[in-house]
Design a binder for this molecule. Structure first.
Ligand code: AHM
Ligand code: MG
Length: 327
């Protein structure tokens, strides 16, 4: 029987290869892995929870039950707080960041950004959702309270990024800036096991992915590109869960676009929680990620925690070709 490397083993091996590594960063990654397992357990039972009259209702023990995205948010925050090695979190679900400052605890140099349950409108209909995370080194002094600037950093400053996809199987994919590696959750063992080492995105792919229902409000450039895709007989795939759409793009190649629309004139997706971590992963796997102005997503200045942007991400040649049409 093949014995696969577990996520923990992989992280520890990575830590050993870095001289002077304190273990703080590795510990943080491992805690993210644990939080992912907890969320996975509940996401897998989502249908059952609904049958039991949960989601804002009262469960059998009399507790009020939270919506799954709020539950995932609370879980991530709790695990990161209890890890003792995370200075604070900014989440798509919270208006402001959360500072874990505690005078009696060791100081941490890392902050985490999360989208705890991306694509949450898909939960009730049993379609894949995901968790996205990014890790930054804080800018403010470790003895002080966190500041907004600790989170509002350009994506190029990310020290690690990853996602968990709750799909036909549950996968955790992450990078610390070198390779991109994918781990599949083995329920029997209760561990994420290395299944996709050194993931590389194909230079081109046959899929394009966009919510074409908004075509009336796309720019002429985007419309021209979509006509081109249709003319080339490319296949349209759109799940409506960014993690799932980007995961397919990473594995099979192709392109994912979320342009500006009338109802989202800045774009819909959040730079901090969605676009930056996924852009880091795609770039490290050999792909590209830009906005509609052909600016690299990872270079965009971040001024607000919930800032949005347009995004065109995927295989390098497909993104370049799209930008020729978009101009
Ligand atoms: P969410 O964070 O509220 O779940 O929204 C983000 C999701 C992405 O996963 C997905 O790509 C997009 O919204 C789909 O939006 P739309 O329904 O407008 O196509
Ligand atoms: Mg989201």
């Amino acid at each position: 029987m093949i014995r696969r490397t577990t996520l923990d083993e992989f992280i520890i091996t990575g830590q050993r290869s870095m001289q002077d590594a304190s273990g703080e960063f590795s510990g943080l990654l491992r805690h993210l892995g644990i939080a992912a397992k907890i969320i996975n357990r509940v996401v897998n039972k989502a249908g059952l929870l609904d049958i039991l009259g949960l989601d804002g209702g009262i469960n059998t023990t009399g507790d009020t039950v939270q919506k799954l995205d709020i539950y995932a948010n609370d879980m991530m925050i709790e695990y990161l707080r209890n890890s003792g090695i995370c200075a604070g979190v900014a989440s798509e679900e919270n208006e402001d960041f959360i500072d874990f400052y505690d005078r009696n605890l060791l100081r941490s140099s890392y902050v985490v950004v999360i989208d705890p349950l991306d694509g949450s409108s898909n939960i009730d209909v049993n379609i894949s959702v995901g968790t996205i995370f990014g890790i930054y080194k804080r800018l403010s002094h470790e003895d002080r309270r966190l500041e907004k600037r600790d989170f509002c950093q350009r994506g190029s400053e990310l020290v690690a990024a990853g996602y968990v996809l709750y799909g036909t199987s549950t996968m955790l994919v992450y990078t610390t800036g070198k390779s991109v590696n994918g781990f599949t959750y083995d329920r029997g063992v209760g561990e994420f096991c290395l299944s996709h080492p050194d993931m590389r995105i194909p230079e081109r792919g046959k899929y394009y992915s966009i919510n074409q229902g908004y075509s009336q409000s796309f720019s002429p450039g985007i419309s021209r590109y979509l006509d081109h895709c249709a003319g080339q007989n490319k296949a349209l795939r759109y799940i409506g869960s960014m993690v799932a759409d980007v995961h397919r793009t990473l594995c099979l190649g192709g392109i994912f676009l979320y342009p500006v629309t009338r109802s989202n004139p800045e774009g819909k997706l959040r730079i901090l929680y969605e676009c930056n971590p996924l852009s880091m992963l795609i770039e490290k796997a050999g792909g590209k990620s830009v906005n509609e102005n052909n600016e690299r997503i990872l270079d965009l200045e971040v001024n607000a925690l919930h800032q949005r942007c347009s995004i065109i991400i995927g295989s390098a040649k497909d993104v370049d070709e799209a930008m020729e049409f978009i101009g």
